[in-house]
Ligand binder design. Structure first.
Ligand SMILES: NC(=O)c1ccc[n+]([C@@H]2O[C@H](COP(=O)([O-])OP(=O)(O)OC[C@H]3O[C@@H](n4cnc5c(N)ncnc54)[C@H](OP(=O)(O)O)[C@@H]3O)[C@@H](O)[C@H]2O)c1
Length: 257
């Protein structure tokens, strides 16, 4: 049975994926933003091994989360699921960074670099990545930290770039990204038209299935099917630029082997 770590598993697709994986007999470590949400997560997901706590908008807390995850041993799969959507343009993190960029883009980067390599890593992207800026010229480096605008679409493109960069660099790892569809979670809203069940099944499949279709790397999935994505995400220079910018912003180096 596999051991899986899922960020943002106090609610939504992360929580649903956790429940499904436990139902399938796997071991799941949850993650929540604070102790209160951690208690709620454990109550909602009976059978989870434990819950780790960190506010992913904080670079320091995210680094500490990686250490705590490593203290539990190596995971077979990590699902980078946590995310925020409706944040105002001028919301900034404790580090003075655009909030959505900190949570959706930087946290998966930091955790990817600092958590011991899992054989499978899954990044939650979105169809909205197609509207993201592949030039990466709006990222907060230097003095423009809090003033630049990084949209949700940009961050979901970053997740896709990250997954494809990891797939290219780590040939011993299956790294893929998922568009779960517009589904009725706290983020998606009650009126979202997508199928909630299908919204988490692809991540579960990529995390633990031995199907040949699930043991690939460097792909973008919707409902277990490889679908069209912004070609720039697959370009090595774009991936390298993203990694270099993340290194500059976080001080965390990407590990190359
Ligand atoms: N729902 C959709 O229609 C849709 C569509 C495309 C892509 N996605 C992607 O799917 C993923 C999951 O979304 P969802 O719909 O399940 O959203 P959700 O119901 O809002 O759940 C998001 C999870 O992330 C956690 N989180 C947010 N900010 C955090 C922070 N600073 N520190 C720690 N945890 C934090 C939330 O914690 P709290 O519960 O404590 O807030 C929650 O557990 C996201 O990456 C999203 O971008 C969703």
């Amino acid at each position: 049975m596999a051991r899986i770590f899922i960020t943002g598993s106090a609610d939504g697709l992360g929580q649903l994926a956790a429940k499904e994986l436990i139902n399938l007999g796997h071991h799941v470590v949850l993650h929540a933003r604070n102790n209160e949400r951690g208690k709620q997560a454990l109550a909602k997901v009976p059978g989870a091994d434990s819950v780790l706590i960190a506010d992913l908008s904080s670079i320091d807390e995210t680094k500490a989360l990686a250490s705590e995850a490593n203290a539990l041993g190596t995971f077979d799969a990590i699902i980078h699921n946590a995310g925020v959507y409706r944040v105002s343009n001028n919301s900034v993190s404790a580090d003075g960074l655009p909030l959505a960029f900190a949570v959706n883009s930087l946290a998966p980067y930091i955790l990817t670099c600092l958590i011991q390599k899992a054989r499978r890593v899954i990044y939650l992207s979105s169809g909205m990545h197609l509207q993201g800026n592949p030039n990466l010229d709006n990222l907060p480096t230097g003095t423009n930290k809090g003033s630049c605008h990084v949209s949700y679409s940009d961050t979901k493109l970053h997740d896709l770039i990250m997954s494809m960069g990891v797939a290219r660099k780590w040939t011993d790892v299956c790294a893929n990204a998922v568009d779960p569809g517009w589904v009725p979670t706290k983020m998606g809203g009650a009126g979202a038209p997508g199928n909630l069940e299908k919204g988490f099944q692809t991540q579960v499949w990529l995390a633990v299935s031995d199907d040949p279709g699930a043991t690939v790397s460097g792909h973008y999935f919707h409902h277990k099917t490889q679908v069209h994505y912004l070609p720039a995400a697959g370009y090595a220079p774009v991936q390298e630029k993203f990694i270099t910018l993340c290194e500059q912003i976080t001080g965390v180096r990407f590990k190359y082997c």
